[in-house]
Design a protein around this ligand. Structure first.
Ligand SMILES: Nc1nc2c(ncn2[C@@H]2O[C@H](COP(=O)(O)OP(=O)(O)OP(=O)(O)O)[C@@H](O)[C@H]2O)c(=O)[nH]1
Length: 332
């Protein structure tokens, strides 16, 4: 299990930019590079392309993906990315934010996992957010592509782009569908990928010290459509969790189901702890640690969201509830 504890505050925030072919990634990247946000942005693109912006660092990489040698079949590290970040860090004074644009056909997992797994990368950078651009008009043609669904599933921020090419009703339906697939992402509708930079840079989507609450709209809804193979499941329970039971459950769940769990995010009330306990997971990799203290008057509860493929909601719910302290009242 990896931990991002005790990182130096000088780590460089990293935004991973994904989206299917032609969705608008480069258009967004150009906004990021030209916008007056006061940040010096370095860019890594893993395809050969041109970004004709002066004074920016743009590096191209070829595909090079290593499976981890501990038998974990869904966790991979990109060797080329590790090396390029290492090289960039020697010019650390030249930039203060890093954007990695993935190819439209790439599974974003190996890029994201690199930030959970590689120790040198963890020392020097921190994953800020996964931003996914969706082509409102053409995504309909690509729903069956694993990459398109995974790009949505991993996102912290989703731009539904090309809103000029669809009707308001189509947009509404699309947003609902995306919301069901990914319950933790914030969704913005855009034209030409124009979006307020503060909403996509400096997000802290993977920051365990600053865990954002999980969207209450999603948690509060009674019924969700789980007709897609990729979906979100939100588990909520009042009371306190038994830490041993929780550890035993996750210790069994992730090795067996991790391949289908793209992301997991949780804020939990552990029995006997005054601080909230925060979990972040990507496939079988997980970070977990206490964050801020529960506030006076704040309702202590347990919220855990899974985003993945073919998740067994009834079993997850049952096993989650089994981790609750039996009395469940008043001791958390
Ligand atoms: N109509 C319309 N076209 C858009 C919009 N945003 C981007 N485009 C166009 O869509 C095309 C693809 O945009 P890119 O930014 O190159 O997309 P990409 O995701 O980088 O594409 P790949 O790198 O090929 O995967 C370009 O011709 C853009 O001008 C939009 O909101 N509306």
């Amino acid at each position: 299990m990896n931990t991002l504890d005790n990182l130096p505050t000088s780590t460089v925030p990293v935004t991973v930019l994904t989206g299917y072919l032609g969705a608008g990634k480069t258009t967004l990247l150009n906004h990021i590079l030209t916008y007056e946000h006061g940040k010096k942005v370095a860019v890594i693109v893993n395809e050969f392309g041109e970004v004709g912006i002066d004074n920016q660092l743009v590096v191209s990489t070829d595909e090079e993906i290593f499976e981890m040698n501990n038998g974990c079949i869904c966790c991979t590290v990109r060797g080329d990315l590790v090396r390029i970040i290492g090289n960039l860090m020697r010019r650390r004074d030249k930039f203060d934010h890093l954007v990695i644009e993935t190819t439209g056909l790439a599974d974003p997992a190996p890029v994201i996992q690199t930030f959970f797994v590689d120790e040198d990368v963890q020392l020097e950078t921190r994953l800020d957010a996964v931003v996914t651009v969706v082509d409102a008009k053409h995504i309909q043609l690509h729903w069956d592509a694993d990459e398109a669904q995974e790009q949505i599933a991993f996102a912290d921020r989703i731009l539904i782009n090309k809103t000029d090419l669809v009707t308001p009703a189509e947009l509404e339906e699309l947003e609902k569908k995306i919301r069901n697939m990914n319950a933790i992402a914030k969704i913005y509708r855009t034209q030409n990928a124009v979006v307020d930079m503060d909403t996509i840079l400096g997000v802290g989507g993977f920051d365990l010290n600053n865990a954002l609450t999980i969207d209450p709209d999603f948690l509060g809804e009674e019924a969700h459509q789980h007709d897609e193979s990729v979906g979100s499941i939100a588990l909520v329970a009042p009371g306190a969790m038994n830490s041993q039971k929780l550890e035993a459950w996750l210790g069994e769940l992730l090795p067996t189901q991790g391949q289908n769990i793209f992301r997991m995010k949780g804020i939990l009330n552990i029995q006997g702890q005054d601080r909230r306990f925060v979990l972040q997971g990507v496939h079988m990799l997980m970070d977990a640690k206490p964050d801020r203290e529960w506030r006076a008057g704040e309702e202590r509860k347990n919220e855990l969201v899974f985003i993945g493929r073919d998740l067994d909601e009834a079993k997850l719910r049952k096993d989650f509830n089994k981790c609750l302290v039996a009395s469940g009242k008043g001791f958390g």
